[in-house]
Ligand binder design. Structure first.
Ligand code: GAP
Length: 447
């Protein structure tokens, strides 16, 4: 496999950076604590006016490369609520558990497998105070209809993947695809995490971007390598620096029971290397299980060879919310400009919330009217911000802090020469561009 792995210990983003990002996220409208006016709801977050664009861009970039640009992958949007049979077949009812221990001294609750020392409570320091571990199922359970209790239980999906497996035959019969082909889905998943934390890194409600790629069994190993390469490259192509990224194959004792190979794309977070995405070779486990439990045939008949087989599955499974957070960390930069500190998010233009900001130099009607026309011209094509408050320097700084690649300023000269100033976020270079050429000028830079 040609994917490079980093062995040298690169410089990790600092813990102070973590606090700066959390602060910036709130201050600039990326992420707000959920239900904040009621004191917040632990480890649950809302995406604000800028954050919703960032998250959407991450998902769009994934969809573009995984579905739009490929002839062998189709999309799906399956239901979030699902009956117990799905989770019985998938193994989640029996196995989707974390080992939970309680400290009998201070009543704090921990995931045993995440403790540095399994005998010492990190909260009160007591030794040997933990209860016996209990298997805690991470799925959120609710009930459908007015009657609670047995027979009415439904689950919020803990992953989007099962929606693709249970729809395998529907998609095969309607999409005119044959293995190797994939089904992709983006959507919310829910896990009752015992220890959520690190801001939006681990939350109970989050978004996933998953693709199930169905292949003839003897091609599984080759496709597994292919998807590891593809997915690693996707992060680099969208501006992640290679020293903050690595592909880590799982050791044999880390593998899920159904997986014959898994590699994680990991990012160097301020607390160390941690997972952004897992790429797994799941064999025929999922289709076989759902076939057994549903009684439906979930296989493929190859008319060319006369062979019938259960396809094997290669699954690249990424987190959208987690990846958006990693992009923020990777893009954050500060530098000194004329004796003042400038904070700038050097986001790839495809990930940046706004592509352009239109800024009339002053609030006078003679400038704001035509500046709004420039906004209309550009907004038909890109997500554009419009801001006429404060001095121009402060407006540039605000756009730098939310990662806007280009600012377009309409000034008094613009009225006479029909041109505007285009400022580049990274170099801060400015150039004069005729409004008639503005769309082409930006399009060349925002492809
Ligand atoms: N279908 C396989 C699957 O769901 P996973 O490793 O459990 O695999 C895939 O999840 C990705 O979803 C993770 O790599 C991570 O990016 C994201 N993810 C999982 N749990 C999460 C959580 N509690 N909060 C935020 N993202 C999460």
């Amino acid at each position: 496999m040609s994917v490079p792995e980093s062995d040298a210990e690169p410089e990790a983003p600092s813990p102070e950076l973590f606090d700066k990002i959390v602060n910036l996220a709130k201050r600039r409208g990326f992420v707000f604590p959920s239900a904040e006016i009621y004191g917040g709801f632990r480890s649950t977050y809302d995406y604000g006016p800028v954050g919703v664009l960032l998250l959407r861009n991450v998902k769009d970039a994934w969809w573009r490369s995984m579905v739009q640009l490929r002839h062998d992958v189709v999309g799906l949007d399956a239901a979030i609520l699902s009956p117990p049979q799905v989770w019985e077949a998938s193994g989640h009812l029996a196995n989707f558990t974390d080992p939970l221990v309680d400290c009998t001294k201070c009543q704090s609750r921990w995931r045993l497998d995440k403790l540095d020392d399994p005998d010492v409570c990190p909260s009160c320091g007591a030794r040997g105070s933990f209860t016996e571990p209990r298997a805690f199922n991470l799925m959120f359970k609710t009930h459908a209809g007015p009657v609670e209790g047995a027979g009415h239980e439904v689950y919020l999906r803990p992953e989007t993947a099962q929606g693709m497996f249970v729809n395998f035959a529907n998609v095969l019969n309607t999409s005119r695809k044959r293995p190797p082909f994939g089904i992709a889905q983006i959507g919310k998943s829910f896990r009752n995490e015992i220890t959520p934390g690190n801001f939006v890194f681990r939350t109970r409600e989050f978004e996933q971007m998953e693709m199930e790629f169905f292949v003839p069994p003897d091609e599984a190993e080759r496709w597994y390598g292919y998807w590891c390469d593809e997915r690693y490259r996707w992060y680099l192509d969208h501006g992640m620096p290679s020293h903050l990224l690595r592909l880590r194959p799982h050791d044999a004792d880390e593998l899920s029971h159904y997986s014959s190979g898994t590699s994680d794309v990991e990012f160097l977070f301020p607390w160390g290397w941690d997972e952004l995405e897992g790429i797994a070779n799941r064999g025929d486990y999922d289709l076989t299980q759902h076939s057994k439990h549903s009684g439906e045939k979930l296989d493929y008949f190859d008319q060319a060879t006369g062979e019938r087989y259960v396809p094997h599955v290669i699954e690249p499974a990424a987190g959208a919310t987690r990846t958006a957070f990693a992009f923020l960390i990777a893009a954050y930069d500060t530098e000194e400009v004329r004796g003042e500190e400038r904070t700038v998010l050097r986001l790839h233009h495809r990930i940046a919330p706004y592509k352009v900001a239109v800024l009339p130099l002053s609030r006078k009607d003679e400038l704001t009217g035509p500046a709004r026309d420039v906004f209309d011209l550009l907004a038909a094509r890109w997500m554009v911000d419009y801001d006429e408050t404060q001095a121009i320097g402060r407006r540039y700084r605000r756009q730098d802090e939310i990662g806007t690649p280009y600012c377009v300023t309409f000034d008094f000269e613009s009225i006479d020469d029909g041109a505007v100033t285009v400022r580049d976020r990274d170099s801060m270079d400015q150039e004069r561009v005729p409004i008639a050429e503005l769309v082409d000028h930006l399009a060349q830079r925002l492809t």
